[in-house]
Design a binder for this molecule. Structure first.
Ligand code: BDR
Ligand code: CA
Length: 313
């Protein structure tokens, strides 16, 4: 099978960075057409810069990076420096990028790419708030049916929420964009907290990254070292959850994951439950299924894949 053509839409973020490294180290599985940055974990100015830092770390300076929306569709931006640090990539000390940022707006790149490539051949891998994606769908609705699939990190059901008691960060930041995306009719695969909280970087797993002895391996270990203090304190867990790499790992090895094709709706009205992903896991409504909601993964297989692939860089 030829590699799958993908656009990575992202707000790096240490876990976004690992997801990008996995994609860039897997050319036989993924052809990264471009990376589009969005405001999320930190403001856009930093996420677009961090995306370029990660490409340079991987030695893939030919991947075009675009800056997209600097705020959600209808709300103030909420960021997560309390998790990711001031830069969004705290942990390793990585040089400022020298590769250029593309002039084109990320939303226009997404639209143009979907027009240019054959219909049904481009997958959108979304690792942050869905602002760029929904803005593209609003601006050029004809591209919606040309998307092969959206694989996104966002939401939660049994884990409920991380940024509020009922909402996961990516959906909470821009619930209107999430609603547009989930109602778009595109084939959607969701990596909610239910699965990403099972992708924990325990000490031996972190050691395996560091023991690669390469700049990428060491940087991944340093990023997760930084990132884990938050989750250890909050959840008492054994390490940091690698949320976003679940997206790119799914595209390489879907057999590591399992879930259900169900109805998922986004709460946009309530102040109390803003951004909640109301997931009909038990099939108690007649609402039509619109997303594959992943619930479980083979964590050892997932980390073996990450170490093997990142070890190539
Ligand atoms: C998601 O929010 C961000 O902090 C992470 O990068 C991930 O995409 C987890 O809720
Ligand atoms: Ca992210």
């Amino acid at each position: 099978m030829p590699p799958r053509k993908i656009i990575i839409d992202t707000d790096p973020g240490q876990d976004d960075a690992v997801a990008i490294l996995l994609a860039l180290s897997s050319p036989e599985d993924m052809d990264v057409l471009g990376i589009t940055a969005v405001a999320g974990n930190v403001p856009l100015e930093l996420t677009q810069k961090n995306a370029r830092i990660v490409c340079e770390l991987a030695g893939k300076t030919d991947v075009p990076v675009f800056a997209g929306c600097d705020r959600p569709m209808g709300r103030q931006l909420v960021t997560a420096e309390h998790v990711h640090g001031k830069t969004g990539l705290d942990g390793p000390s990585l040089p400022d990028p020298t590769m250029p940022l593309q002039d084109q707006h990320a939303v226009d790149f997404i639209i143009e790419t979907l027009h240019r490539e054959d219909a049904g051949t481009v997958t959108l891998c979304v690792l942050g708030p869905l602002t760029n994606i929904a803005t593209a769908f609003e601006k050029a609705p004809e591209v919606i049916e040309r998307v092969q699939q959206i694989v996104l990190m966002g939401g939660a059901y049994f884990e409920v929420g991380n940024i509020t008691p009922t909402a996961e960060f990516n959906i909470y930041v821009d619930p209107e964009a999430a609603e547009i995306t989930f109602k778009s009719g595109v084939d959607i695969v969701v990596m909610p907290l239910d699965v990403t909280h099972k992708a924990l970087v325990t000490q031996p797993r972190n050691d395996a990254f560091r023991d690669l002895g390469t700049p990428s391996g060491i940087a991944v270990a340093q990023m997760t070292d930084f990132f884990e203090r938050f989750d250890k304190e909050k959840y008492g867990s054994n390490g940091a959850p690698l949320h976003d790499p679940c997206v790119t790992a799914y595209l390489i090895a879907p057999e590591l994951f399992s879930g259900r094709h169900i109805n998922v709706e986004i709460e946009t009205q309530s102040d109390l439950t803003r951004g909640m992903t109301v997931a009909d896991w038990w099939g108690v409504t007649d609402r039509p299924a619109n997303a594959t909601f992943i619930g479980d993964l083979d964590a050892d297989g997932f980390f073996a894949l990450l170490v093997e692939r990142i070890g190539r860089l």
